[in-house]
Design a protein around this ligand. Structure first.
Ligand SMILES: [Zn+2]
Length: 63
């Protein structure tokens, strides 16, 4: 999993871990991080719903 400061895991959808972390301005941001080996996909979202949607629609190119 890529290093994210203050990452707090909230839930997992398939291989994708969803959690919160603080962005540079100190706001809580939701991040979706794929934990599959060699995938490396991750993205930040402003809401947990958006992160969940992205996690469900993420297509791992590593199988
Ligand atoms: Zn993936």
């Amino acid at each position: 999993m890529p290093a994210r400061e203050n990452f707090h895991s909230v839930m997992r959808i398939g291989p994708v871990q969803i959690g919160t972390h603080r962005d540079r301005s100190g706001r809580t941001t939701y991040a979706a991080v794929c934990t599959a080996d060699r995938c490396g996909w991750s993205a930040d979202y402003s809401s947990q719903m958006a992160a969940q949607l992205a996690a469900r629609t993420h297509r791992c190119h590593v199988r």
